[in-house]
Design a binder for this molecule. Structure first.
Ligand code: HEC
Length: 133
């Protein structure tokens, strides 16, 4: 009797976890879905040149995103917008930081779409950083 109860419980728990994985993942947004548009990346390129390039060469972000794997996009955005540019932290507008983030995504190889990257949106903040592809 005891053994049966244990088996039933194990089954139940594994069903539960299967269910939550199945219902949770299709809705989760990923960078590889295309979360920024080309206009943002273009504007971001100019802003990056002006505010970031002096300290961070073009290839800087690839290893940064690798190191940040598993963390949320929201956290990386917060670090970036609150602490950068180091010479004048937090001095750009939300739109400007968003455009720079879009440009960085493009440089790393994430696709664009017609979407607008909005750092204040819940969907963005919940994205988990993963390599492109
Ligand atoms: C005056 C130099 C300077 C400028 C300009 C600058 N940064 Fe930085 N940045 C640094 C330093 C120094 C660090 C910390 C050391 C490191 O990780 O290279 C850093 C770290 C970062 C990090 C965190 C990396 C990590 O692994 O945690 C991000 C993201 C970042 N910078 C983005 C930017 C962006 C975007 C801009 C332009 C808006 C910018 N930085 C402008 C000097 C600068």
């Amino acid at each position: 009797m005891r053994a049966l109860k244990k088996i039933t419980l194990t089954l139940y728990v594994s069903l539960l976890s299967t269910f939550s994985i199945a219902s949770g993942s299709p809705e989760a947004v990923r960078f590889s879905d295309g979360i920024y548009n080309k206009a943002q990346a273009k504007s971001g390129k100019k802003l990056y040149k002006k505010h970031c390039l002096s300290c961070h060469e073009k290839g800087y972000f690839e290893p940064v995103f690798l190191a940040w794997q598993g963390e949320s996009a929201g956290t990386l955005y917060e670090v970036m917008s609150a602490a950068m540019p180091e010479s004048s932290p937090g001095s750009l507008s939300t739109d400007e930081y968003a455009d720079i983030f879009a440009y960085v995504l493009k440089e790393i190889g994430y696709p664009s779409s017609t979407a607008t990257l909005d750092p204040d949106s819940e969907a963005f903040s919940k994205i988990i950083i993963r390599p492109p592809g």
